[in-house]
Design a protein around this ligand. Structure first.
Ligand code: ADP
Length: 615
């Protein structure tokens, strides 16, 4: 059992948790539908007043019925109270109908705003936030549970208000009849309140364990049902393994829920026994009050009625309170995520980048990923890139090429040193204008679950393209046109197997569309991060041909570990473990006979061997 201190700490924790649950809902309500929220509050208050009126009118009617001997007199005396009751019930019906109507609009609005807020926040945070595991985890919890619970918590909150108003209405009526009845109501309800509260606390205490077990179970379900995993699970005959892993977490979850259920049943039974004692006490007190002529019979009847009304409302209040506790954890996560995300946004302000940047300079740039301060991805990089140059970042996997390109593009901020575009630190350039000057084709491009044309046009979605001239040009330069020609509805084919009628593409075909998208963007700085890795030899050759065309009036940064592709680059930067170790033209680097030359010779020998074996 809890000691008194632990008990009161637990109670405070419960209250705190309740506030934690309610605050984000109120925040979202205030944004989603402030007027509707106020309307609900007013409707509920009115409904509470009706409850008070009904109780008082019932007492008055009974009083009138008992006070007279003749039936006609009884009815005449009770008539006003009965008319009041009829009117009150009609108003209550109307209020309930109105509340249902308002609630029908409230929940979808809350859902919409909660979702939109999450979407906006996710889209606006800087890229580095996605590398921070705790932030990323929080984002997913907010996405997967926070939004859903926001909607159900809104319902719970309205229910809680209705129940609270119900209890208050009954209490007010009793106070009106005789102030001494108020403590009677309190004593009658106390055991029931204790029982419901104890159940809520049990739930709350078990929440972290429930959540963690739930996630483990969900993970295995996801693994078993995801389309991308299906081939490998089958080819590795991992079905039994997945089943066994699922069973392990699911058994633990089941045992946990049974244990919780049993404990809950015990507390509920105790609560019911205490509630019965509370009711017995009420009867005792009322009997004594009647016996001693301190209370008219009608008031005693109304008291029993009020205790029942308040008891039901209290039961409901505790139910929704307990469900709010449970949701509190996710709602607090949601709120924390929105706050964190706001702090991790880059201000959309600053200088405009030149339409065609003439000079990009890196001055002793260093960078490390979140949580990897001791293992920087880049150290002390200084270099410059002039407009119109084609330069290449080469080096082995993990040497820092992609990271460097992302820094130049302003996607990450350097931890040390400066990156300047035409003399202006990119920290001082509006990120929108910086991004506008860049077309980036990444190693794993987004596979937009949209039409083929959408997949290319999204490169610059607002671009006006009469007659689809630019679209066709980009498709032909990237050899994506060949992919399109084979699609059942050509450019209009939906590229997603998730939807009916959609088709999926191979890795190489997707890559060609991504290259087309980069070309369609038509930006002065083009960054190609291993764009040809999944392409076959012919397609790769074609892409490099179009790249040469493109490079005529653009600055191109090419990232690759295949050195044969960069022989024609104006300058080659060789990276090793985050450091720039060599730079120059292909011939110069070969002549220097350093790391580049060594790797180049190794690759040439490998290619020769490959060619010999396929000949
Ligand atoms: P390359 O493009 O040369 O293959 P990267 O720039 O991708 O190299 O990676 C450089 C280093 O940074 C590697 O050690 C890699 O493990 C690490 N790294 C890359 N991306 C992340 C990330 N999102 N979070 C943490 N570490 C990363």
């Amino acid at each position: 059992m809890d000691g008194p201190t632990a008990g009161s700490a637990g109670r405070w924790l419960a209250v705190e948790r309740l506030c934690m649950a309610v605050r984000p809902v109120v925040d979202v309500l205030a944004r989603a539908a402030p007027r509707l929220a106020v309307a609900v509050v007013v409707l509920q208050l009115a409904s509470g007043l009706i409850t008070t009126g009904v109780l008082l009118a019932s007492a008055a009617a009974i009083n009138a019925l008992l006070a007279h001997a003749l039936n006609a007199e009884r009815l005449r005396a009770a008539l006003p109270a009965m008319i009041f009751l009829a009117v009150a019930f009609t108003i209550k019906l109307a209020l309930d109908a109105l509340t249902t109507r308002v609630r029908a609009e409230l929940s979808p609005r809350v859902h919409r705003i909660a979702q939109a807020q999450l979407l906006e926040a996710s889209l606006k945070v800087e890229l580095a936030a996605f590398d921070d595991p705790s932030f990323y985890d929080q984002l997913h919890r907010a996405r997967d549970r926070g939004v859903m619970h926001m909607e159900t918590a809104t319902d719970s909150l309205v229910d809680a208000l209705a129940a609270l108003v119900g209890v208050a209405g009954a209490a007010l009526a009793l106070f009106w009849l005789d102030p001494v009845l108020l403590p009677v109501l309190a004593v009658a309800l106390l055991p029931q309140a204790w029982g419901a509260f104890a159940v809520a606390r049990l739930h709350m205490a078990s929440m972290p364990e429930t959540v963690s077990l739930n996630r483990q179970v969900d993970m295995m379900i996801e693994l078993a049902t995801d389309r991308d995993n299906a081939p490998e699970i089958r080819s590795y005959q991992a079905q039994d393994y997945v089943s066994a892993e699922y069973a392990r977490s699911a058994d633990a979850m089941q045992a946990h829920l049974v244990q919780l259920g049993v404990a809950e049943a015990r507390v509920r039974t105790l609560g019911s026994v205490l509630s019965a004692l509370g009711v017995a006490f009420t009867f005792g007190v009322l009997g004594w009050l009647l016996w001693t002529d301190r209370l008219p019979l009608a008031a005693a009847g109304a008291t029993l009625f009020a205790v029942r009304t308040a008891g039901q409302a209290l039961e409901r209040l505790m139910q929704v309170g307990s469900s709010l506790f449970e949701k509190g954890l996710y709602l607090a996560d949601y709120r924390a995520f929105i706050e964190q995300a706001a702090q991790r946004q880059r201000p959309l302000a600053g200088a405009q980048a030149a339409a065609i940047p003439a000079l990009i300079e890196l001055d002793r740039v260093g960078f490390h990923y979140a949580g990897r301060r001791d293992d920087p991805a880049l150290r002390d990089i200084s270099l410059s890139i002039r407009a119109g140059e084609t330069i290449a970042f080469v080096g082995e996997n993990g040497s820092g090429k992609t990271t460097l390109a992302k820094l130049i593009a302003g996607l990450y901020q350097p931890a040390e040193g400066h990156i300047r575009w035409d003399g202006t630190d990119i920290r001082d350039i509006d990120p929108r204008s910086l991004a506008d000057r860049i077309a980036m084709v990444l190693q794993r491009p987004v596979r937009w679950p949209r039409s083929a044309s959408h997949n290319v046009r999204v490169g610059r979605h607002a671009r006006v393209d009469p007659g689809d001239t630019a679209l066709k040009q980009a498709a032909s330069d990237s050899r994506a046109q060949e992919v399109i020609d084979r699609l059942p509805q050509g450019w209009d084919t939906l590229l997603s197997r998730t939807f009916r009628g959609g088709v999926d593409l191979s890795g190489g075909q997707w890559q060609r569309l991504a290259v087309a998208r980069g070309l369609f963007r038509d930006a002065p700085l083009v960054i190609w991060d291993e764009p040809t890795a999944p392409l076959d030899a012919r397609a790769e050759h074609a892409v490099f041909e179009s790249l040469r065309q493109l490079a005529r009036n653009r600055t191109v940064i090419l990232i690759t570990h295949r050195l044969a592709s960069v022989r024609n680059a104006d300058r080659i930067f060789f990276l090793e473990r985050g450091r720039l170790v060599e730079q120059g033209r292909h011939e110069d680097l070969l002549a220097a006979d350093g790391r580049y030359a060594e790797l180049y010779k190794l690759q040439t020998r490998l290619h020769a061997l490959e060619a010999a074996s396929t000949a």
